[in-house]
Ligand binder design. Sequence first.
Ligand code: NAD
Length: 209
Amino acid sequence: MKSFSVPNPAVKRLSLYLRRLEQLAEEGTKTVSSRQLAESLRLSDAQVRKDLTYFGQFGRPGVGYEVRPLVEELRRILGTDRVRSVVLIGVGDLGRALLRYRGFPNRGFEIVAAFDIAQDKIGRDVGAVRIRHLDELGDALVEYDLDMAIMAVPPHAAQEVADRLCEAGIGGILNFAPTTLNTPRKVAVFSVDLAASMEQLSFQVHTRK
Ligand code: NAD
């Protein structure tokens, strides 16, 4: 399966399905119908069935989906069936918070290396991770066999850092800087723009009054 043959919204919903299925598994639920899954996520059951069909044939007529096997399968599809090592660039307020966040390993991610350019930060530890200079990035990607990066640098530095990550052979970047990155097509980029999300929330609140 090539990721570009699956619409992005369907891939996004896969994470939603996984969260819900993990909850159901924890509650001891063995099987779930597409309707039950859809209702709990405020989607239509046709949508759920269509989305999952992009990735394989999972349900059984009259039975629905077996919860635990589907959790395993969705984790495998998302590449989170093992803990993936991730590099962080930019250890400021946000970077430190991300390094201290303990929830990532449960979701299949671990920040194993962190880089900055501020001399007063190099060599310091945040949790179990020592901050290194960005010039050592290439070595670390090879050392830890890393293919995913989180960027928490200021907007003016984002493109330059992205270029360095791409040159070093990164496969994907999660970008927190409010800036659009220019990267080769083979590098996946996801941007988290909290201010834009707040604008969307503001619009929703505003128009519901
Ligand atoms: P910050 O200024 O506290 O930290 C930025 C860090 O990046 C600093 O440690 C700095 O030394 C480092 N840096 C600068 N240039 C670099 C380079 N070329 N290579 C490596 N490191 C470099 O900023 P922050 O508040 O942590 O925010 C980081 C990014 O995330 C910003 O783009 C910001 O707009 C965005 N953001 C932050 C928040 C938040 O809640 N803090 C929320 C949304 C988005």
